[in-house]
Design a protein around this ligand. Structure first.
Ligand code: ATP
Length: 503
């Protein structure tokens, strides 16, 4: 798995998907740029989401709110007081770590120790060794295991000093040093606010502290009544938005999984109080279906229902995806009650209520939200699609099996040779197709090499123009995943590609 992750990183760079930000200055930690292919894939994911959420729902509309908002927004939402991650300082190295990730590392080390004990015993007992029996009768080893399970279960942003104390005891007993620094000299767990602050105003005395939004949702809440009235929306209805969000994340080593500047795709669905559970279940199911529609394997998704809830929620679940480093949160579905609208009413002094004509009364709607990171979705798709295949002739090929609907380029047009009028015909096909699809032209190198380049780029079709084309107006179409080649009429190309990329 670790190896696969390394391949993902190098492939993303080599094939123009993702670059480190400001690379010539050695980069900026946890900030990335999307390259020529990456920007297309990212746009296609965004469009795929928008189409499913906005275009397909007549009761969901979109907005594009500003990144900078009135600072009271973040007081009302709870972000000023409670948007924290647990942090641990290391006294020796003067470095800071995100506590839950550090402890995850320790737990991995402890597990390594347990495995060593098991291995030792296996050697000692030879054929007679039974692992289950050994674990069942060896209290010390089982004790470690139980402790790890408890600590891991408690992990997350609510990690406390007691968890840290438990881990410290375990480490001492097992004589494990800090996996990152080799030292055991920590301070306690502190809470660290993740919002990026900046100032509006020309001079220091007259400036106002503002924040870069840490989530797009609040732009929707403060506009709730504007949208409802101007769009004459009737409850239940939704407001969707995609856009940048910023978090000063402490740990920054999972590529585009956890970034300091990232993009969210969120939808807030406003419902009648009392119906939130039903809508929460509805959106959990609908969002999972959306993921499954991309064909990346049902076994790679699972729900994680939250026991501990955020201050604003009465139910919450994550859709987790099997990333190269294990199952992690990809999307959150949250039943946010009327917390946000009520808080904004209180802080702004303005009513944010809905008048229900059928019931002839006003109320503050409840909200069910779906929130997914565009960059995380990108990583999920990219890492899942990257495969290395052993071919019958003993060679291997690298292929990026992106869902066709999301691929940056739908087809590459390749003249077999750079003469005899073939490039001209290829160009004509290109001119015709480019009105409907993003297509790529390539005439350099042998055609086999060009096929491989397109496989690695994720292009679902290669269209090759050869001498027969001049005679009968047919071309060879090669399918990326099966490598199958077919002879088809130029006139049929549009239909074939359209069918493959249809949603
Ligand atoms: P995590 O527990 O991984 O920090 P979160 O629970 O804080 O995530 P939410 O606040 O619910 O995340 O945000 C919704 C979605 O936004 C997440 O499911 C994730 O896909 C995405 N997201 C959150 N933080 C980041 C980040 N730093 N980089 C990239 N995507 C992010």
């Amino acid at each position: 798995q670790e190896d696969h992750f390394k391949k993902v990183l190098s492939h993303a760079k080599e094939y123009g998907y993702v670059f480190q930000s400001s690379e010539i200055y050695d980069g900026l930690s946890a900030v990335y740029d999307y390259a020529q292919n990456g920007v297309e894939l990212k746009k296609n994911i965004r469009d795929y989401w928008w189409k499913a959420m906005v275009q397909m729902h007549e009761n969901i509309v979109g907005i594009d709110a500003a990144i900078l908002m009135h600072p009271t927004t973040w007081k009302a939402s709870g972000h000023v007081d409670a948007f924290n991650d647990p942090l641990i300082d290391n006294k020796d190295s003067k470095k800071r770590y995100r506590a839950d990730v550090l402890i995850e590392d320790y737990c991995a080390k402890i597990e390594g120790k347990i495995n060593k004990e098991v291995d030792k015993a296996a050697k000692r007992f030879g054929d007679a060794f039974n692992k289950e029996e050994f674990l069942a009768t060896n209290a010390r080893v089982v004790g470690y295991q139980e402790q790890i399970t408890t600590i891991l279960a408690r992990m997350g942003s609510s990690l406390s000093n007691e968890d840290l104390a438990d881990v410290k005891l375990l480490i001492e007993e097992l004589e494990i040093a800090d996996p990152l620094t080799g030292s055991r000299n920590w301070t306690e767990v502190k809470q660290f606010n993740l919002m990026f602050g900046t100032q509006i105003g020309a001079s220091a005395e007259n400036s106002t502290q503002v924040y870069l939004r840490p989530e797009t949702a609040q732009g929707i809440f403060v506009n709730f009544l504007n949208v409802q009235k101007s769009g004459r929306m009737k409850i239940p209805f939704g407001i969707a938005q995609t856009g940048k969000a910023f978090r000063n994340e402490i740990v920054a080593r999972q590529f585009i999984f956890r970034m300091r500047e990232f993009e969210q795709m969120e939808m807030q669905f406003f419902v009648k109080p009392g119906t939130q559970k039903e809508w929460y279940d509805h959106w959990k199911e609908t969002r999972l279906k959306w993921h499954l529609s991309l064909g990346m394997g049902a076994e790679n998704y699972r729900f994680h229902d939250h026991d501990k809830l955020a201050h604003y929620a009465d139910a919450a679940a994550d859709i987790e995806f099997n990333f190269p480093f294990g199952f992690k949160e990809l999307e959150g579905i949250h039943s946010r009650t009327d917390f946000d609208l009520k808080a904004h009413e209180e802080h702004s002094g303005k009513k944010l209520q809905y008048f229900d004509h059928e019931e002839n009364k006003s109320y503050t709607p409840y909200v069910v939200e779906t929130s997914i990171g565009l960059d995380r979705m990108f990583l999920a798709i990219f890492s899942n699609s990257l495969v290395e295949e052993d071919l019958e002739n003993g060679t291997t090929r690298t292929v990026l099996k992106l869902p066709s609907v999301l691929a940056p380029f739908k087809a590459a047009i390749l003249p077999l040779v750079k003469k005899d009028g073939l490039p001209e015909v290829a160009r004509e096909i290109m001119e015709d197709l480019k009105w409907d699809f993003n297509v790529f032209y390539d005439e350099k190198d042998a055609v086999g090499k060009r096929y491989r380049r397109q496989d690695a780029n994720g292009t679902p079709f290669c269209i090759t123009v050869d001498h027969d084309t001049l005679v009968d107006n047919t071309v060879t179409i090669r399918y990326r995943d099966s490598m199958e080649q077919k002879r088809v009429a130029i006139a049929d190309l549009k239909g074939i590609i359209k069918e493959a990329v249809a949603v």
